[in-house]
Design a binder for this molecule. Structure first.
Ligand code: MLT
Ligand code: MN
Ligand code: ZN
Length: 309
């Protein structure tokens, strides 16, 4: 059995974002029940034992642990059920939480070589002592079984594969094609119970849906997918930024090239948007965009959402 906890359902910055005065952020700050606050992008998965594997480590991990009793220390004066983490890219919203997980606690950290090089190049991550928190290479395109720092395997396997996307903002090379992005910069995860009880996909960043990816997802029981923006230019129109969703490595939900259209007809049983930007009107329970996404069979993740497969 797999249990999946949505620790944080918002994109980088969270909802509301600390410095954002857009309509949605204002509603979230005012306590409007239709504009529920959300923390930054992260899930946790367990295979039925007491251990949890983090899927991305968000800057809000402290608050996320507090909100989820399953992640509280349990058995010793220093203990954490969080036994490993898998990073899908090197974005701040997905790696900065590692800094909170220091304090001499065993933690296995899985990422592509490319993301590990980013952690190595930034000396501050050495506070997560590699002797206690071994950094392990994540294979692409074949299933592997994650293990905790002591080497005890989790009861599920992971297959990671590159998806269209973009290198982390702070690593962009303005003179290079695609800002210097390489395939390993953004990966999708397919996680499968080794007892055959279920599987799901986690794809918090994806800029396009090529046919081969659509074929992979066809008929899946559960896909948690990049829901950054509703329209590609919404951040520009909201006055919150100068970039399109595409420029940031994300496909919009709506429109002919959007994710809702791309998933239509794929027969995915449960489609859930995660990594939702604070400008995305689908975050608001009473918006026409939320109604449109729901009518197409999508769920909009909220913090604390839980799935059992
Ligand atoms: C993204 O998903 O595009 C990034 O997390 C943006 C950011 O670094 O804030
Ligand atoms: Mn992000
Ligand atoms: Zn905002």
């Amino acid at each position: 059995m797999l249990t999946i906890l949505v620790l944080g359902s918002a994109a980088g910055g969270g909802f509301p974002q600390w410095n954002c005065n857009c309509a949605g952020c204002r509603r979230a700050r005012s306590g409007d029940p239709a504009a529920r606050p959300r923390t930054q992008s992260s899930l946790a998965v367990s295979g039925g034992d007491e251990r949890w594997l983090l899927l991305n480590a968000s800057p809000d991990i402290g608050q996320q642990i507090l909100a989820n009793p399953a992640l509280h220390p349990q058995t010793a004066v220093r203990h954490s059920p969080i036994a490993a983490a898998v990073l899908t890219n090197a974005d701040i919203d997905h790696v900065a939480g590692l800094l909170t997980l220091r304090e001499s606690q065993p933690l296995a950290v899985y990422a592509t070589d490319r993301v590990h090089r980013v952690l190595e190049a930034n000396a501050v991550f050495r506070v997560v002592n590699p002797e206690l928190a071994p950094r392990r290479a994540m294979a692409l395109d074949r299933p592997w079984v994650p293990a905790d720092a002591a080497g005890t395997p989790f009861p599920f396997e992971i297959e990671a594969f590159a998806v269209p996307g973009k290198v982390a903002l702070y690593l962009e090379d303005p003179s290079a094609a695609g800002f210097g992005s390489v395939a390993e910069d953004t990966v999708a995860l397919r996680i499968r119970d080794r007892n055959g009880d279920g599987e799901f996909f986690y794809i918090p960043g994806c800029s396009a849906m090529p046919d081969w990816l659509a074929d992979q997802l066809r008929g899946a029981p559960l896909v948690l997918f990049d829901g950054t923006t509703w329209t590609d230019d919404e951040m520009i129109r909201a006055g919150t930024g100068s970039k399109t969703g595409q420029r940031m490595g994300h496909m919009a939900m709506s429109g002919p090239d959007g994710s809702i259209a791309a998933f239509a007809g794929l027969g995915v049983q449960r489609k859930v948007f995660v990594h939702i930007n604070n400008t995305n009107p689908a975050l608001l329970d009473d918006s026409p965009e939320r109604a449109a996404a729901t009518a197409e069979g999508w769920e909009i993740a909220h913090d604390g959402m839980e799935f059992t497969l």
